[in-house]
Design a protein around this ligand. Structure first.
Ligand code: FBP
Length: 340
């Protein structure tokens, strides 16, 4: 089969009426920026890019040098293309407007420039996650409130994993597709079209060290997985946790599985609503997973139906093989009902 490049795939999507020229150009620019981030990540210690930047981001987290470098690369690449009205990032408090000297477009771009920061210095896969929304027609200078659109309104979502191979996964709402970077040619080539996540699975991903802080329905659900054949589920489950959401989700898109970052007592005690961010982690991953036949919920609601209230809002994340997500969500709703 003749290899299909990302550019060719985008032209096919345009001909199919799934995307317009501007969105196609936007994805090309983001993919090119991620190729530059891949070069920086792959340099590691030789590039002087490891370690902390000495600054904190809007969430009060210590920024890694590569967090800042990746953010700069994505901002610079998307400033002059004429396809964006503004962009927002995990590393910036407020949206970044497009400089006046450049033409503005109809799209809003949100991104987590380097996901899995805790793994950067230990040479474990990290990634970039992005989501594309339409800028409201009558808005020239988009503010944070113009980004607060439900995940169902996303025009595109994707992530790039910087691992043994550099892989881009993408959806426009017509299936989820994978492209692998051909380093010799320097372009992304279609490696899997229309990915399907198995309905059932025997593999789960969660940070078990947080177990004692979880809510009762989560304790029950994970307890049953750990009980395996000796418990009510009657089958054994295996566990994996890379602590890079992109890598854990990519495994699920490759062989099935489920990923959980639930609420816990410490987060609730601080008045929090989760660890992972809705706009540039949960929403794009939920769109990608649902388009591959999986499910994504907060444990109570479908993530894509949530009405965002803040740019850096956090939510619980349950995603992956449909049967498990539905069962874990059912346990939470049942417990709420019992409490209701
Ligand atoms: P950032 O690295 O972008 O802040 O993302 C958060 C994250 O690293 C996810 O990628 C990952 O799933 C999770 O946090 C790991 O959490 P923990 O450190 O509790 O295992």
């Amino acid at each position: 089969m003749k290899p299909v490049s990302l550019i060719q795939f985008l032209i096919e999507e345009r001909r199919a009426g799934h995307i317009n020229a501007e969105l196609s150009l936007l994805i090309e620019v983001v993919a090119r920026a991620c190729k530059r981030i891949a070069v920086a990540v792959n340099k590691g210690a030789l590039g002087g890019v490891l370690g902390n930047a000495g600054t904190d981001n809007v969430q009060g987290e210590a920024q890694k040098k590569l967090d800042v470098i990746s953010n700069e690369i994505l901002l610079e690449a998307n400033a002059w293309g004429g396809h964006l009205a503004a962009c927002a990032s995990e590393e910036m408090e407020d949206p970044q407007p497009i400089p006046d000297m450049y033409p503005k477009g109809q799209h809003l771009l949100l991104f987590d420039p380097l996901d899995g920061s805790s793994n950067i210095d230990v040479n474990v896969s990290v990634g970039t996650i992005f989501s594309v929304l339409r800028c409201p027609d009558d808005v020239v200078e988009p503010k944070a409130e113009h980004f607060l659109q439900p995940g169902t309104t996303q025009l595109a979502a994707g992530y790039v994993v910087y691992g043994p191979a550099t892989v881009l996964v993408l959806t426009f709402g017509h299936g989820t597709h994978e492209f692998t970077l051909d380093r010799e040619v320097g372009s992304f080539v279609l490696s899997r079209r229309d990915i399907r996540i198995p309905e059932a699975t025997a593999e789960f991903a969660i940070n078990m060290s947080n177990q004692r802080h979880w809510e009762a329905p989560m304790q029950r659900y994970i307890g049953e997985l750990l009980a395996g054949t000796d418990g009510p589920r009657g089958k054994d489950f295996n566990m994996r946790w890379v602590a890079s959401m992109v890598a854990d989700v990519h495994r699920i898109l490759t062989r099935g599985g489920v990923f959980y970052y639930p609420l816990d007592a410490r987060i609730i005690a601080k008045g929090g609503s989760g660890k992972l961010r809705l706009m540039y982690e949960a929403n794009p991953m939920a769109f990608i997973v649902e388009q591959a036949g999986g499910a994504a919920s907060t444990g109570r609601e479908r993530i894509l139906d949530l009405q965002p209230t803040a740019l850096h809002q956090r939510v619980p994340v349950f995603l992956g093989s449909r049967q498990e997500i539905e069962l874990a969500t059912h346990y939470h709703r049942e417990a709420d009902g019992a409490q209701g």
